[in-house]
Design a protein around this ligand. Sequence first.
Ligand code: SAH
Length: 524
Amino acid sequence: MTGTLYVVGFGPGHEDHITDRAKKALKDSDYVIGYKTYMELVAPLIEGKEVISTGMSEEVSRAQAAVKQAERGKTVSVISSGDAGVYGMAGLVYEVLAEQGWNRKTGIKVEIIPGISAINSCASLLGAPIMHDACTISLSDHLTPWELIERRIDAAGAADFVIALYNPKSGRRTKQIEEAQRILLKYRSPETPVGLVKSAYRDREEVTMTTLSEMLDHDIGMLTTVIIGNSTTFFYDGLMITPRGYTRKYTLTEENQPLRPHERLRPENEPWALHGGQSESAETKKPLQELGLKALAAVEKQKNAPPEVKSIFEAAVSPGVVNKHFSPQQLIALSEAAGEQGTIEYTPHHYVILKTEVSDPAPIINKLREAGLDLAPVGDVVTIKACDFCNGEKSDAIPYTEQLREDLGGMSVPKELRIGVNGCGMACYGAVNEDIGIVYRKGAFDLFLGAKVVSRTAHPGVYVAEGIAPDKVVPMLTRIVEEYKESGHPNERFFKYFKRVGVVEGFEHRETPVPDVEPMPCGE
Ligand code: SAH
């Protein structure tokens, strides 16, 4: 008769974080075997069981006792905190079994029941410090040569892994954490965020946010896990956060990704990937092995060099809101900014979009501005699109245009929003076909709201008002944009918003007749 051996990870310590499978295994067991302190943590779940609790360094005898009882036909649980497969009992149980020639077919039944490891439970209390490639390193040199641990810390530091240090310090082992700090400071800034979590989800839980240089000023002990951020980890409102990716995409106003979700994974938008930003080219079709070797060579070359965090800088560039002429010097500045790898795109809306990979966008921004170029963010922001005011001859509306650009240009909104300004009743730059259009005529402005800019059912904006006094127009548009920013649904274009709410700034929505065509999603 053969029994069953469960190796159970019971998570950080609170019953809420023990899986149902683990609870059931404990319930079904005749024997529960583990380290004394852990027995206390799971006491309510093991009432009435045969309990074998041993001291901390008696793992081998625990594993042997468990195997022995299972071989007698009993159901036995060996418990580990966190996950039993992470510096826990799982490997040891298999080692004892392998030693005596056990096999899966005829031997006792073994099931490893996963639990929440300290790296996960502690991370959840800190915020989101793991997020990217991370590793665990145990600083305990009882069973592992210190030289090897040192090499692992060094390698993880050089490769910019987020690092969770287990067993960081005990009464007698106090130097290891100091050594770890010294090694990591070779690769990381002293300001690197560090989170210390003691007794996660247990009675005496403590969470401390500190930095790589100051972490030793705090209490670190046997029940602490030390989480060290990578080069991009930051603190925000008492939380420790590692961004999901390295390469951010800059716009001028914010650092989040201006690309829509379906655009983000296109090869040209990921120049940092192994494919180098090329779609299915001859290059990427080369045998994988060759590519792998290339990547390896690159890694070898960069070994020990701190990783450079590159970002995509993207901006709409123009000679001004009013001026429509680029000077040759400006075009030179633009092409220098793009460099060998960048792109300059001419869009359907008369914008030139510069996109280039940089580690710091500031010098490019300064250079383009020095050349007299106007830079505007790209994405879901307000853009002011004006006519040339007949090359400046019909100049009355120019100050209001510039004021709008100053006040509203670049503001984030639920969906890109273009405000068209035309300086005379000819409206030859098509202000009535923008999300919001104003046309200066006889000393005052006409207002058009909610054009549908694209598609075969495109239509002009609703003509909602005429003769708005010039000094009233900027505050009025500001109120409209702010209302839309506040109440528009994410990704809801202004025309849809206007239709949904029915009234904006006291102006009523009216249906615009559109041709009766079947709507087509993009790409069909
Ligand atoms: N098997 C366990 C790890 C055991 S090694 C797991 O997967 O989590 C013991 C180390 O784990 C401790 O020194 C500490 O660094 C970490 N640890 C375990 N439980 C913890 C908890 N509740 N809070 C903080 N750290 C913990």
